[in-house]
Design a protein. Structure first.
Length: 504
């Protein structure tokens, strides 16, 4: 039967071709990485890992950590990456829910993690940022040859937990073909070849850095420059050696703050890709003006991998996430009735395709509730498809503001506020209001030195928005709270300003 995902990775790899270059100067060929993955896979088997067992991994970013992912695929284990910021209490939840056979962590936290892993029957090994650790010691005693576990297209390859902004995180089950089909599609539409070299500054516990960046690189047989974190000056220094950058919007905002960013600095770069959070139109326009490159924005989710992309050829329109990927169907429906909506009308984004996950781990009722009778995943994102076929995301369904009986889409209000002179960005939320149910509330970040005040913002919106959409209050802040991938945490803002209108 073969191993569905790893067979494709192996077929794309030339043994002597470069795969990973670390910022410390260490380089790995595909042959070296595949050999190490075999050693680690043999070590996993010696530890008792069988196909279908979960391997939870909370480690710092390193080449060895990426190779551990490959070893899990080869051995048939289900890879479970965990955010390095998770606390011991949070780890206790994830380990208890996923029931991994093995937990891999940094040496510095091994003893503490053992206290939460042991009651769940999990063993603990270590892998540190420098590539050392007990797991690597075990792997060093193993052979590189490994007989890959038989895995079919529908077998699980990974479980990724959602960010958990409401309630407990849910484990999204991703199959071998969810990952492989999506990586193949992205490789084709972004025209990634063995000649490309990606600057990889994303975390590898998230779908963006792990499955988009890494899997696309693997399927193209290209190479990546592995950075432990994003540093704009370091990234600019590396651009002459690179052709691709995948990032979150914050990357591009910070690059624009550097005087070094110009057309000469990006002369070898072929493509800049952005995702994981909305890219401000201003950032898109400023970046193109400075570099001559239009950032390619795409749209994905933990549960679905990537769904849409702006075109490689053709207009990359600021504020949109482009067209549905080949083989993926995106539709917009009325959230209350499920009826299909026409172009230009805002509703619930629903998705169907080989990229869509198998369901939530051990939550059959929740899984059933998130799919329609005809097999579309209900994303929870509100959006529209315009007359030219471009998809627009206007916000999460839970972020919809209902004020005085009217539905208000935060993105529409934010777009108007962001055009006001002196504004960097804004976040619009609904908080309890005694008269309107929810009051439209804007949190605004000013540009340095701007003297903009609340009456000025409200006055600027008078002719731009219907009265019911206009903020009842404008609050100024130094910055907006964000998660690891740069998404604004509106749930944090709603909690922070819950008593703004003094509702008892």
């Amino acid at each position: 039967m073969g191993n569905h995902l790893f067979d494709a990775i192996r077929a794309a790899a030339r043994s002597d071709a470069p795969f990973i270059v670390t910022n410390g100067g260490r380089s790995w060929t595909y042959g070296e990485a595949i050999d190490l993955s075999g050693r680690i896979a043999n070590a996993l088997v010696k530890l008792g890992i069988q196909p279908g067992d979960r391997v939870a991994v909370q480690v710092e970013k390193s080449a060895e950590a990426l190779v551990l992912y490959l070893a899990c695929v080869r051995s048939g284990a289900v890879y479970l990456p965990l955010n390095t910021a998770y606390t011991l209490a949070e780890l206790d939840y994830f380990i208890g829910d996923a029931q991994p056979r093995l937990v891999v962590v940094s040496t510095s936290v091994r003893d503490n993690v053992k206290t939460v892993a042991a009651p769940h029957g999990a063993i603990v090994e270590t892998l540190d940022a420098d590539g050392n650790g007990s797991l690597m010691t075990l792997a060093g005693n193993e052979q590189a040859d490994f007989v890959d576990a038989a895995r079919a297209s529908d077998d699980l390859a990974a479980i990724l937990y959602t960010s958990g902004t409401t309630g407990r995180s849910k484990g999204a089950m991703l199959t071998h073909d969810n990952l492989l089909s999506n990586a193949r599609t992205l490789r084709e539409i972004w025209r990634v070849t063995a000649d490309d070299r990606l600057i990889h500054a994303l975390p590898i516990f998230h779908t963006h850095g792990l499955f988009v960046a890494t899997n696309v690189t693997l399927l193209a047989g290209s190479s990546l420059i592995l950075l432990p974190k994003f540093d704009p000056e370091e990234v600019l220094s590396l651009m002459p050696q690179a052709t691709l950058l995948m990032g979150v919007p914050t990357f591009y905002v910070r690059l624009l703050q550097s005087s070094r960013l110009d057309k000469q600095a990006v002369s070898t770069m072929r493509l800049f890709i952005s995702g994981s959070a909305p890219l401000l139109s201003e950032t898109h326009v400023d970046f193109e003006r400075r570099t001559g490159h239009a950032i390619l924005e795409r749209y994905g989710m933990t549960e679905t991998n990537m769904n849409t992309s702006n075109p490689y050829d053709g207009k990359r329109i600021a504020g949109t996430v482009g067209f549905p990927l080949p083989g993926v169907t995106v539709r917009v429906t009325d959230p209350s009735t499920g009826d299909l909506l026409p172009d230009e009308e805002t509703g619930m984004i629903e998705i169907k395709g080989p990229n869509v996950f198998k369901g939530y781990w051990r939550m059959p009722e929740k899984t059933a509730a998130e799919f329609t009778a005809d097999g579309f995943f209900i994303s929870g994102d509100l959006g529209k498809i315009d007359k030219d076929g471009y998809v627009h995301i206007v916000g999460r369904g839970k972020d919809l503001v209902i004020s005085g009986g009217y539905n208000i889409y935060p993105k529409e209000v934010e777009s108007e506020i962001d055009q006001i002179d002196g504004v960097v960005e804004s976040a619009v939320i609904g908080v309890p209001h005694p008269d309107f149910g929810e009051g439209v509330t804007a949190i605004v970040v000013r540009k340095p030195g701007a003297s903009l005040d609340e009456p000025q913002v409200i006055a600027a919106l008078t002719e731009r928005l219907a009265r019911y959409k206009q903020p009842k209050r404008v609050i100024f802040a130094e910055d907006l709270p964000r998660n690891t991938m740069g998404k604004v945490q509106k749930n944090v803002l709603r909690q922070r300003f819950a008593d703004l209108y003094n509702v008892s």
